[in-house]
Design a protein around this ligand. Structure first.
Ligand SMILES: *Cc1c(COP(=O)(O)O)cnc(C)c1O
Length: 585
């Protein structure tokens, strides 16, 4: 018998002492959480033999609603456990410790059979998740966790997510969402307006227009980018009198019809790898996602873009589906010169997509919105809700300047998404999906533009202070100055800095190799110590074949401050001194 079942008799049992007959004649005790326990004559005599069974009555109890006082008390008790039990974990635990290795954890999760009868009661499952599983998760809410784009979320998000789950609306169609579809159109228009700032009359016309679409909620930035490029591809290889369009006839037929050998998408070398996935899925091949060089600050080099477009057009056998500008690259937070790229695309008549998965919400800050100047020139824009809108996983969005743009990805089915209905699933990559739009809309109401602006400003300003601090410390080398709230740097003692500056090519290459090793090691040791977490990435540089390894800080948690960041830098210095005593000046 599994260990957890030999534990104390069900604590809820005595509250609902209601005995009924089980199907096989054994007495079954009805417990508060809806699962039944088979017992003999008395609970005490048989406490070691209790077995949970699944039967129709048990099932009915699983679909319990808080219909009477006892159920209500039980359900509230679980919610308390979830909200505060987890909170305790989040308070104590920091980072990704190696107290228990991944290998050891994996060895405990190898059985692959699904149990016939229930293994555990809900209360046990919750207890186990809180006490035994969560401590080995990662505390992304810690202010010392500054390595990734996933961070603390305001507590009210948990409430909103619970409402979304409790109502279980499905936004694929009106018949399973009704007002939530209407609410979604409204919030789409709000964010569209934030990006494009069209006239009031435009939004009056489109906010609830059943024939137009200002954007779409999807799973994440990856599917948002895919949706945008799907639209761009279908626009380029549109139907003609004797051609059904690429969506209907496929990519080969489209190339034949349009007289090209291939189609390409142009994006900065720092573009997100989801764009390459889109290349694969859209049938153009991910090798045809062509990287454009970046300048010293990792922004797309517009001159190189212009030359690339010219030479492609001269060849004549290649179609350009889109140019993608990035507003906040994943690695360094760089923002491409959107205005220049947008103007170039307009002149060349090329679809312009902006991947603002990360940087989009910067538009909420009047102080920093100018960083994204030119985003309004984009034909489409990706924004992630689960990043700087501080929403729970996962919420991607894509917006289109042209309210009819998504007509080229329209699908109908007889039982759902009928012609002329407001069904949001008609023009949408996902099918069924939850009411994420309700969460975003509520969050906007709770936070206001100003509330979000404070978060954005805290991130950008703290990142700038951290950059100054790194420059002050002689053991560090700031690699990318933050344009938003992401910066990269590395540990680099003065004598190695000197070689990088004055050494021969061979010496410099050797030093970069050495520094890469040092920084990889420091990042790993710090991560395994579990007090704090900074990520690492490798920035490709033409002169260094294997790139340069950098430490990467993403500052979005409002609890992260300079005191904490200084502690993190101190810890890195300390690790460096201990692990590389020979390199100490
Ligand atoms: C995070 C990110 C993505 C991918 O988004 P997911 O939500 O992880 O799918 C794409 N582009 C950029 C710039 C990102 O920061």
């Amino acid at each position: 018998m599994p260990k957890q079942l030999s534990a104390k008799p069900c604590r809820d049992g005595h509250r609902l002492k209601k005995f009924i007959k089980g199907g096989d004649g054994l007495t079954v005790v009805k417990t508060g959480n809806g699962i039944f326990m088979k017992t003999g004559t008395s609970e005490l005599e048989t406490r070691d033999k209790k077995v949970l069974i699944a039967d129709w009555n048990a099932l009915m109890r699983v679909f319990i609603r808080p219909e009477d006082e006892a159920c209500r008390v039980t359900l509230i008790k679980y919610m308390e456990q979830i909200l505060f039990g987890l909170h305790e974990f989040l308070g104590k635990h920091v980072g990704i410790t190696e107290n228990v290795s991944l290998k050891k954890l994996a060895s405990q999760f190898k059985s692959t059979a699904i149990c016939d009868n229930p293994e555990k009661k809900l209360s046990e499952v919750i207890r186990e998740l809180i006490k035994e599983i969560s401590p080995y998760g990662v505390n992304v809410a810690s202010p010392y966790f500054v390595g990734h784009m996933t961070s603390a979320i305001p507590f009210f998000m948990v409430h909103l997510k619970t409402i979304a789950a409790a109502l279980n609306q499905n936004l694929v169609k009106l018949e399973t969402s009704k007002i939530f579809s209407i609410l979604e159109k409204q919030v789409l228009a709000k964010i569209h307006r934030l990006i494009y700032q069209f006239h009031e009359s435009f939004y009056c016309e489109h906010v609830q227009n059943v024939n137009t679409t200002l954007g779409s909620f999807v799973e994440g930035g990856t599917t948002a980018n895919l949706t945008a490029l799907w639209v761009a591809r279908n626009r380029l290889f549109a139907p003609t009198d004797d051609f059904g369009g690429v969506e209907a006839e496929g990519i080969n037929a489209a190339y034949r019809k349009y007289g090209v050998r291939r189609a390409v998408i142009l994006v900065s070398r720092r573009g997100h790898y989801s764009l390459r996935k889109a290349g694969g899925i859209l049938g153009i091949g991910n090798r045809n996602i062509l990287p454009i060089d970046v300048d010293y600050a990792h922004r797309m080099d517009v001159r190189h873009l212009e030359e690339t477009i010219k030479s492609i057009k001269k060849d004549g056998d290649t179609a350009i589906i889109a140019v993608v500008g990035v507003a906040g690259t994943t690695e360094t937070g760089a923002i491409d010169p959107l205005k220049k790229i947008g103007e170039l695309c307009a002149r060349e008549n090329i679809f312009f997509h902006v991947d603002a998965a990360w940087g989009g919400p910067t538009l909420l800050s009047d102080t920093h919105r100018n960083l994204l100047e030119g985003i309004e020139l984009a034909d489409s824009v990706t924004i992630d809700g689960h990043k700087q809108f501080y929403m729970p996983m996962t919420c991607g969005m894509v917006y289109f300047k042209d309210p009819y743009a998504m007509d080229v990805v329209r699908y109908h089915a007889n039982y759902v998404n009928r012609h002329g209905s407001v069904d949001l699933g008609i023009k949408s990559l996902p099918g069924s999906r939850e009411a994420n739009s309700m969460i975003l809309d509520s969050a906007l109401k709770i936070m206001g533009k100003k509330g979000y602006a404070l978060l954005i400003e805290h991130g950008i300003e703290t990142a700038r202070k951290l950059a100054d601090e790194i420059e002050k410390r002689e053991l560090f080398d700031l690699v990318t100055r933050p344009q938003l709230n992401i910066l990269t740097y590395r540990v680099c003692p003065p004598h190695l800095k000197d070689i990088l500056k004055n050494g021969t090519d061979v010496e410099r290459t050797e030093t970069v190799k050495r520094l890469n090793h040092i920084n990889k090691t420091i990042q790993r040791i710090q991560r395994e110590a579990g007090r704090s977490f900074v990520s690492r990435t490798t920035l490709m540089r033409r002169q260094y074949e294997n790139g340069i390894v950098v430490l990467r800080c993403v500052i979005m948690n409002p609890m992260t401050n300079m005191r904490i960041l200084n502690e993190i830098l101190d810890e890195q210095e300390e690790i460096f001194r201990q692990a590389f005593p020979d390199e100490i000046p």
